[in-house]
Design a protein around this ligand. Sequence first.
Ligand code: IVH
Length: 672
Amino acid sequence: MAKITREEAKNRIEDLTSKLNEANRNYYILNSPTISDFEFDILLQELQALERMYPKLALPDSPTRKVGSDLETTAKEFVQYQHRYPMLSLGNTYDMDEMYSFHSKIAGAVSQPFSYSAELKFDGVGICLTYRNGILVRALTRGDGRIGDDVTRNIRTIKAIPSELTGGNWPVEFEIRGEIFMPYAAFDRLNEEREDCGYALFANPRNAAAGSLKTLDPETVKERGLDCILYHMLGENLPFKTHDEMMRAAAEWGLPVSKYSKICNGIEEVMSYIRLWETERKKLPFPTDGVVIKVNELALRTQLGYTAKIPRWATAFKFKPEQACTRLYSVDYQVGRTGAITPVANLDPVQLSGTMVKRATLHNADQMELLDIHINDYVYVEKGGEIIPKITGVDLDKRSPGAEKPLFPKNCPDCGTPLVRDEDEAAWYCPNDDCPTQIKLGFVHFASRKAMNILAGDATIEQLFNKGYIKELPDIYDITMEQLLTLDGWKDASAERFLKSIASSRKAPFHAVLFALGIRHIGENTAKVLAKRFKNIDALASASEDELDGMDDIGPILAKSITSYFADKRHVEQINRLKADGLNFIETEEMKLGEELAGKSVVVTGNFSVPREEIKRQIVLHGGKNTSSLSGTTEYLVAGTKPGPEKIRKAEKWGIKTISEEDFYELTNGKH
Ligand code: IVH
């Protein structure tokens, strides 16, 4: 570190302490990080170096002295308990050389041969589970490392975590710690749903996992598709000599442990493991942000011990997030289906995680303000959850003099209507029901797979709209063969296919129709909840705002959106036309094809001659229940080509019948 005076160090220490404490608060409590992990770690290293140089200047609330805390500081919604063993953090580095130094230190301190368990570093939130007599009795978050929030009710909804252990021979009481994370597929689903509903998106799967774990409604947690991997066991007099033995035993008891860990003899094997997973991890369906190495021999762990904050026997090598710095040359404002305006940055094209990024989202006006973004700024782009590029920061040093802030528009960029913003929402909206972009996107939504499932892409809808054939949703049911044949490139066959898909869309169940209407804030799941509760559209239309707001899963925003939708005469007229077109406005039980699988739980793995979703649908149509992971109550594992090896192994071990796609059809009497 360059020479620095005591006065300069004092200022910098104060500055870094407050910046890092603020970042910790945004990360752990608000689940809304303002700086990247990488940036945080770099600033923390700088602070550590300064504090080493001037120990007396270190502040009492220095982030170098404590682990970040996820404890709610405002409303105490969860009961809090003290951890039996403090839940410490891990040392970490981005530098391979430091991995060698870590190894040298350990090798210098112990006199016998030892090995490492090299593991993936799962990017989620830490959890500590206590099992007593084979039963899950408590789940605590890390909290401040000393005291954690009791989230047992939420944890019980996570399929991967058994409430009861299988096998036998478990210690009467033990703790097992690990990570709750959100696989990318569940993250995408959740954010899509939130986007449909106009809610703020989660920045990445880790925040989504943390936010989900801290919701007060276990049903919501259940729907979020969280997963778990456990990687550290603690207890009194546990009968194990190595970490590896411990994890194998945990797996025997039905606990979810990682199948990607490797026992490494020597640091070179660790390095190969790191190099392998630096690229391979991109193929995994869940987020990881590094590799953790731990001394495998438990006696040596005791010998090496802990500092105040971290174990001396383990450390993490973190992968740098793929980030690029490029110039922002303009901001576009896009109108969404519900009228929400999203600012989108146009960038100097830049290579990021294998793709060329030209545009990135800025989310909303608040986010632009928070980033303090200016035109021509050099901005940092990351892939949010490594999928959607987003702008995470600005390089202020490179700001050109006189750079101007982009002006968030006051009027809709499409129809010019003045934008409005509800107090409690992040987005600005175009309130005009006749806004052409909103109408077109409304049709795209209406036709989408989870709504009416009509074979109409954006281009078809654009043409139908531009030719004046569709102005309001019900018009889609009046489209004629003659009209379709006037579209560019359309022939009899394509027109017939289209009309056929319109005809079969009439069979869509009520909840899909309700979702298709595109009422603001009604996503796919909310539509299901409402359909189940109200059973038909008339009952829903006559519900009062208070009545709706008083319901469990319906907040004031949704209640207001529903009542104002039905208060609009045009919407009521549209619904009447759609009723006349034969659409389903009454919830009916889904047709059953048979009862062959009644009460049986079936798991599906691998690829089939039909989409896997179809096999799952067949299970339900034949009375069965489809679950994603094997458990003691699973009846069949339907295995296609390339089945999950873990599932096959488990099924064999637990004596669950594994059947082929053909066997499945035979079992369901070929009724598919
Ligand atoms: S071991 C005392 N193993 O990373 C050692 N931690 O940044 C206990 N993490 O606090 C932790 N994957 O929440 C361990 N395979 C793994 C991990 C892992 C993710 C998390 C954990 C820890 C944090 C440190």
